[in-house]
Design a protein around this ligand. Structure first.
Ligand code: ADP
Length: 314
């Protein structure tokens, strides 16, 4: 059996709020699973249920044991709200947390792993956002875990810091560490994960390899036309494929690169002026939109979309 984590029908309520609603999933050794969803989707509660830090219904096993009895040396957990002492350096923090375990990797090896060897003596409060987050990951690596669980490790840091974290997690995955990571960034999940689980309102809507999810639910490539449109002109567009209004944009589906000119010609013919044209291949965001009817903003909020077929009133 190479399943590191098994969850069956896991649920957690807070009063009337169903934070996690009957989630079943499994994670194989060496796999990277990303749990993705907007704020409030249940990511943190699910991580807490999977690690035994909240009471939940259903069944969870880590390495064949209950989360509360499993050998904690095998697990690294980075909770969302983890903030280490700000005046301590990465070297001091790694040393401090190493003291909680009988067997640990050397502090220098861990600092090397997270790319902080050169800044190891800088106080935490003086590190960049990305370096701070890598320090937090370092703390979870002191016991050389086989399974690493990270709750929104890249939220709140700038894009450069986020990319640093991605490199770090990819390196750990290459070494065979099994990783469960939550995020509200679809591109992050798409890049890092072998499989992605999409969460909405506590439910696991689907789980699968990102390419497979995109092929199954992402829809066609599309041409997005933005501008302030003359609605009468828009209504007279005659294009032999699906065209929809989405958040004010005109979206033409199933447009191959060589067909972009035909769309442009049609817009010119009917007199639709526009500011920009963007050709996009489907990605995980399209999958989430297709399956839930919402998109996730950069700040992690779910946003419903307004959509209509051209010619109908919006
Ligand atoms: P996410 O991590 O995806 O933002 P959470 O797991 O934090 O989602 O929250 C899921 C839902 O459960 C939300 O509606 C949230 O308000 C609620 N919730 C989470 N923790 C608590 C708690 N300790 N008490 C009451 N409600 C909670």
């Amino acid at each position: 059996m190479d399943e590191v984590l098994v969850a069956e029908d896991v649920g957690r309520r807070y009063g009337e709020t169903v934070a996690v609603d009957g989630v079943s999933l499994s994670v194989r050794a060496g796999e990277v699973l990303a749990l993705v969803g907007p704020n409030g989707a249940g990511k943190t509660t699910l991580v807490r249920a999977l690690t035994g830090t909240t009471d939940a219904t259903g069944r969870v096993e880590l390495f064949g044991q209950s989360p509360r009895t499993v050998d904690r040396d095998r697990i690294g957990l980075l909770p969302q709200a983890f903030t280490p002492h700000e005046r301590l350096s990465a070297r001091e923090l790694v040393g401090y947390y190493a003291g909680l375990y009988d067997e640990t990797r050397s502090t220098e090896a861990v600092l090397d792993d997270v790319g902080l060897a050169d800044d190891a003596d800088t106080a935490f409060e003086n590190l960049s956002g990305g370096q701070q987050r890598r320090t937090c990951v370092a703390v979870t690596l002191v016991n050389d875990p086989d399974l690493l669980i990270l709750d929104e490790p890249t939220t709140g840091i700038d894009p450069a810091g986020r990319r640093e974290l991605w490199g770090l997690l990819e390196g750990l995955a290459d070494r065979g560490v099994t990783i469960v990571v939550t995020t509200h960034y679809m591109e992050e999940a798409q890049r890092l994960a072998d499989r992605v689980g999409l969460l909405e309102d506590g439910r696991l809507v689907t789980v699968g390899p990102p390419d497979q999810l995109i092929a199954d639910h992402g829809g066609d490539s599309q041409l997005v036309v933005d501008g302030t449109f003359d609605e009468a002109a828009v209504a007279s567009i005659d294009y032999p494929a699906r065209m929809r209004r989405l958040n004010g944009s005109l979206v033409f589906y199933g447009v191959r690169p060589e067909s972009i000119g035909r769309v442009v010609d049609e817009l010119d013919t009917v007199g639709v002026a526009y500011d920009s044209l963007t050709w996009e291949q489907p990605d995980l965001e399209d999958v989430y939109l297709e399956l839930t009817g919402t998109t996730v903003t950069d700040s992690g909020d779910a946003r419903g979309t307004t959509e209509s077929v051209a010619g109908e009133s919006a």
